[in-house]
Design a binder for this molecule. Structure first.
Ligand code: SAH
Length: 254
C-alpha cells in the first residue's frame, strides 16, 4: 500500500459545499483520495460535485464525523493548518516540512491527518489542541487566508513531493517498526491526559489554581514528544502508583 493511503485530509465545519468539491479535486490531482468531513454546515450538493470536476469518487467516499476527535481517533500524527501564524502555542511547520513529516509517519505505517478549518473562523483552539503541530502557509500577513481548497492544494502538493522523493530515495520497504516504538494513537494519548488530569487533582497539584493552564502546558509537552505506546503505558503506570499513594495518604489522614 502506498504511503498516501495512510494520509487523510479532514475538513472541519465547512460552510460552502463547493469548497469540499474543489478540495476533492485538489487531492485527486496529487494522487490522494482520503477526504474526511467533520460536521459540514450543508450537505454535499450539485455545486460540490460540479467543483470536484471528475473527483466524484473522492467526494462520494468521504466519511462524515460529528467531531474532529472522532475523525482523528486512530491517527498518530495530526497536523492543523492555520491561516494565522503563531496564534497557538504549537510547533509551527512550513508546508514542506509538514508534507515530509506526514509521509515519514505514514511510511511506518501509521495514520496521519491534515486538518483544515472553517472558511470564516478557521479551527477553534480546542480543535488545535488535538494537533501535534500547526502548518502555516507563509502567506502575506496582511492577507493571510487562502481559500480552503487552495490551502488543501498546497498541502496535497507537498505530500506528493515528499512521497515522490521518498520513493526515489528508498525503493525498498522501510524496516518494520519495533513494537516498543509504535507511536501511540490519539485515543491512547487522550487516555493519558485524562488520567494525568485526575492524578493532578488527587495529589492536590493545583492548590486552588485553575487546572486549565497547567494541563495546556503539559498537553503541549507530551504532544511534542510524540509518545510511543510503550511510553504511554510507562507514564500511566507511574500515574497509577501516584494515585495509589494519594489514596493511602488520604486514608491515613481520615
Ligand atoms: N478566517 C479564517 C480563515 C479560514 S480559511 C482564519 O482566520 O482562520 C479556511 C482554512 O484554510 C483554514 O482554517 C486553514 O485550515 C486553511 N488555510 C487558509 N489559509 C492558510 C494558510 N495561510 N496556511 C495554512 N492553512 C491555511
Amino acid at each position: 500500500m502506498s504511503v498516501s493511503a495512510h494520509i487523510r485530509f479532514v475538513l472541519v465545519g465547512t460552510q460552502h459545499p463547493g469548497n469540499i468539491g474543489a478540495a476533492a479535486r485538489a487531492l485527486k490531482t496529487m494522487g490522494l483520495a482520503r477526504l474526511v468531513l467533520v460536521a459540514p454546515e450543508k450537505p454535499l450538493d450539485e455545486v460540490a460535485f460540479r467543483r470536484s470536476a471528475g473527483a466524484e469518487d473522492v467526494l462520494g467516499d468521504a466519511p462524515v464525523f460529528a467531531t474532529l476527535a472522532e475523525a482523528v481517533a486512530d491517527c498518530r500524527l495530526v497536523l492543523g493548518c492555520t491561516a494565522r501564524s503563531r496564534r497557538v502555542q504549537l510547533e509551527e511547520l512550513l508546508p514542506e516540512a509538514g508534507g515530509q513529516r506526514a509521509v515519514a509517519k505514514a511510511a511506518e505505517p501509521a495514520e496521519v491527518a491534515f486538518v483544515f478549518g472553517r472558511e470564516r473562523t478557521g479551527l477553534t483552539n480546542d480543535e488545535l489542541q488535538l494537533c501535534h503541530a500547526a502548518v502555516h502557509i507563509p502567506s502575506d500577513p496582511e492577507f493571510s487566508s487562502l481559500n480552503l481548497a487552495a490551502a488543501v492544494q498546497v498541502l496535497a502538493y507537498e505530500v506528493r513531493m515528499a512521497a515522490l522523493e521518498r520513493e526515489q530515495a528508498a525503493p525498498v520497504t522501510a524496516a518494520p517498526v519495533h513494537d516498543d516504538e509504535m507511536p501511540a494513537s490519539h485515543v491512547q494519548v487522550e487516555g493519558l491526559f485524562g488520567q494525568l488530569g485526575d492524578t493532578l487533582d488527587q495529589i492536590d497539584f493545583h492548590k486552588g489554581r485553575a487546572p486549565e493552564s497547567a494541563m495546556r502546558k503539559l498537553r503541549r509537552l507530551f504532544m511534542k514528544a510524540q509518545l510511543s505506546e510503550h511510553e504511554v503505558r510507562l507514564l500511566r503506570g507511574i500515574l497509577s502508583d501516584a494515585q495509589r499513594m494519594a489514596r493511602l495518604a488520604n486514608e491515613g489522614r481520615n
